[in-house]
Design a protein around this ligand. Structure first.
Ligand SMILES: [Mn+2]
Length: 315
């Protein structure tokens, strides 16, 4: 993976099958379709993962991005949806699918399977390609990961998987707590969560009952649950005021303000794209659900600049 010093980078958020919007975004960013491949003479696209599921043109997105990657016009990272698509087919030591074929999981992958139903060879080939997608990109000056940069997990991952790509053993090992694969799925692809205290549950915006909520990993000295909850999950008001115990505080992950610029996707942000902190930007603004497909145009800035977000509205 070659990161040239004088190149600019366009970090592009979760696409989820929105091929028309992706073409519009690339056009807006000054990429041109040459010899069938979208490319830019001075810039490179970096996709944060989650190309598939939900949207109307998943095959088209995969063909477009795959061709860009092959021609080194882009780098693509793995998202939790690509991971789930691989795990859908992998059998664990007990003879079960690693990704349970439950109704909920089936709903999530349904669009992808339907749209590839008449193209089984393509779907097989794209899944083989997913095994080549790295979980992280560390360009020193900046970093990219689908959900959360967790340094200890990344150090352990690199030790066992120097390319930071996964295989079937890794997929099976995501079920075992003492394996690096477990932490990699939990932090890098899914993002840190906190259990609700005292066995409480809540109902999320999709109607599912949850006993966990997504927690911020950039909050300095949080005191209460309200300080660490990360939208779109909400917390009941009384819980938001509840102080964190020392044990809960110790479990929190913190990406410090002095660390390199970090780009993530995954979180279904809403509203006008803006950096989360001076050094963390999320480029997932809920494409598909009347959201936006978002890119951040990175040059050589040291701090993120909200004027450098570019986006197209999704239908
Ligand atoms: Mn996503």
């Amino acid at each position: 993976m070659i990161i040239e010093a004088d190149r600019g980078f366009d970090i592009i958020g979760d696409i989820h099958g929105c091929a028309d919007e992706l073409v519009k975004l690339l056009d807006l960013l000054g990429y041109k379709r040459q010899n069938g491949i979208w490319q830019h003479s001075k810039r490179m696209a970096i996709f944060v993962g989650d190309l598939i599921d939900r949207g109307p043109k998943i095959r088209e997105v995969l063909h477009l991005v795959h061709e860009m990657v092959v021609k080194q016009a882009a780098i693509c990272l793995m998202g939790n949806h690509e991971f789930a698509a691989l795990a859908w087919y992998v059998i664990d030591h007990e003879g079960n699918y690693v990704r349970e074929h439950s109704q909920r999981n089936e709903q999530l992958i349904e669009q992808t399977l339907q749209q590839f139903a008449a193209y089984p060879n393509d779907w097989h080939d794209f899944r083989q390609w997913f095994y080549q997608l790295p979980l992280i990109l560390d360009a020193e000056r900046f970093r990219v990961v689908h959900a959360c940069w967790h340094q200890q997990t990344i150090a352990n991952l690199r030790y066992q998987y120097p390319n930071c790509t996964i295989d079937d053993t890794f997929i099976v090992n995501t079920k075992y707590k003492d394996e690096v694969a477990f932490d990699a799925l939990k932090y890098l692809l899914t993002g840190p969560c906190m259990p609700l205290p005292n066995g409480m549950t809540m109902t999320d915006s999709l109607g599912y009952t949850r006993n966990m909520f997504r927690s911020k990993f950039w909050q300095q000295n949080p005191k209460t649950f309200g300080d660490i909850v990360f939208q779109p999950d909400y917390l009941p008001a009384e819980l938001a005021q509840t102080p964190l115990t020392e044990a809960e505080y110790q479990r929190l992950h913190y990406y410090a303000a002095h660390e390199p610029l970090l780009f993530i996707g995954h979180y279904w942000m809403k509203g006008e794209p803006a950096a989360i902190t001076n050094n963390i930007a999320c480029v997932d603004y809920s494409a598909v659900r009347q959201g936006k497909l978002v890119a951040y145009r990175l040059d050589d800035e040291k701090n993120l600049d909200n004027r450098k977000f570019v986006w197209v509205d999704c239908k």
